[in-house]
Design a protein around this ligand. Structure first.
Ligand SMILES: Cc1ncc(COP(=O)(O)O)c(C=O)c1O
Length: 399
């Protein structure tokens, strides 16, 4: 038996009739762009995220970019995020003309460390209280926004991030591209909040492998701010609110109607799929307990209810571990092997090795195990069995 890292064939077999009905409807009406299918999905996804508005766009990258633009952040601004994320987070920052500033992640959660954020804001920047502007000393640029990334399906620790943002007049845009349905317990508000309802706006990706994936490209912005939602609608559609009346230049960044229709079908299954991922994560946790000396298992903080987009363990001899599993027919992934501040694309930012030690350490050790809602218990048992085999052989070799 082989276990793939991700199985996208099974869910589409299960939903084939419903998905084909959407395609037939689209062909019958030739309503390929905009219209009721997009509006229905936007309503449903906003409700799912406990947000007032959702605007469908053509990718998670554009969702981030359009959210920054609609929030008025761009040229001459600094946007703070983490170096342990997919490059799309920072591409969107550069694409609006802003400058990237990194702060390290917390070791237990793989998400933005609020202490490191505070350190950056308070030791590297000065606050002009009368202008309500935080300015980075080195560049003289205004720090305008912070982007916590809800990585692997767990939310960042949002209360302290929001508190710092409020203190220094920063906009918070959540990168929720891996966190459809994840929840955060706000001590401050004494309530659970869904990813996508916490910051000024949030960006989601519907790349096929995500917890909610399209049959192609797709993304969305959620927000409780009606004016921001309206601006995003214009930005995604060439800056027009009315056909051929362009208030500004925008983009061709719309969500296709057929993708919206397919996403509406899949959204009905998302709670069940997320629950299945949670159950699989609990089962991994229990079954991998005996390999704990060699593996660091993911930790779910009390303030987050994760949706396990990925189940990521840490292991010292990652290359050998991954090679062994590959040989045994078990697919794995690495998310992500090279921290962004060490990527060639960001050499111009001037960061050095050692600047973000937690990110650098975890990026050498992380391995994502097979995790998708249709993963069977017998497949999972095989993954666990092969890991135990590897760990025992390693322990025996080092005796
Ligand atoms: C954390 C993160 N941010 C942004 C994106 C960008 O999403 P998309 O691929 O839909 O542009 C992704 C998707 O891979 C992601 O994982």
């Amino acid at each position: 038996m082989k276990v793939s890292f991700l199985d996208l064939v099974t869910p589409h077999k299960e939903l084939r009739e419903e998905l084909l009905a959407v395609a037939n409807k689209t062909f019958d009406t030739a309503g390929f762009i905009g219209g009721p299918m997009v509006e229905e999905f936007e309503r449903d996804f906003a409700t799912f995220c406990h947000a007032k508005h959702c605007v469908g766009v053509n990718s998670g990258t554009d969702a981030l970019r359009f959210a920054f633009m609609a929030a008025g952040i761009g040229d001459g601004n600094i946007i703070v995020t983490v170096p342990h994320t997919f490059i799309a987070t920072t591409e969107a920052i550069s694409q609006v003309g802003a400058t990237i500033a990194f702060v390290d992640i917390a070791e237990r959660t793989f998400t933005m460390d609020p202490i490191k954020l505070r350190e950056y804001l308070e030791t590297k920047c000065d606050f002009d209280a009368s202008a309500k502007k935080l300015v980075e000393r080195k560049s003289g640029k205004r720090v305008a926004a912070v982007v916590p990334v809800h990585l692997y399906g767990q939310t960042a620790d949002m209360d302290p991030i929001q508190e710092l943002a409020a203190k220094y007049n920063l906009v918070v845009i959540e990168d929720a591209c891996q966190a459809h349905g994840a929840e955060y317990y706000s001590q401050k508000d004494k309530t659970w909040k869904r990813a996508g309802s916490i910051g000024l706006a949030a960006a989601f990706s519907f790349y096929p492998g995500k917890n909610l994936g399209a049959c192609g490209e797709g993304g969305a912005i959620t927000t409780n701010d009606a004016a921001l939602a309206q601006r995003v609608k214009m930005i995604r559609d060439h800056g027009q609110a009315k056909k051929y009346y362009h208030d500004m230049e925008g983009y061709n960044g719309r969500l296709d109607s057929i993708q919206a229709g397919w996403l509406t079908v899949k959204l009905r299954h998302l709670e069940k799929w997320n629950e299945s991922r949670r159950a699989l994560a609990r089962r991994y946790h229990k079954l991998l307990g005996s390999s704990k000396d060699a593996l660091v298992l993911p930790v779910e903080s009390s303030w987050t209810k994760g949706v396990f987009h990925l189940y990521v363990v840490r292991v010292q001899d990652r290359e050998a571990f991954q090679a062994f599993l590959t040989e045994m027919g078990i697919g794995t992934g690495i998310h992500y092997p090279i921290p962004l501040h060490q990527q060639k694309a960001y050499a111009h930012l001037g960061y050095r090795t050692g600047d973000f030690p937690v990110t650098e350490r975890v990026s050498r050790e992380i391995v994502s195990l097979p995790m998708f809602p249709q993963l069977t218990e017998s497949q999972q048992d095989l993954v666990v069995e092969k890991i135990a085999e590897y760990v025992h052989a390693r322990v025996a070799a080092t005796r």
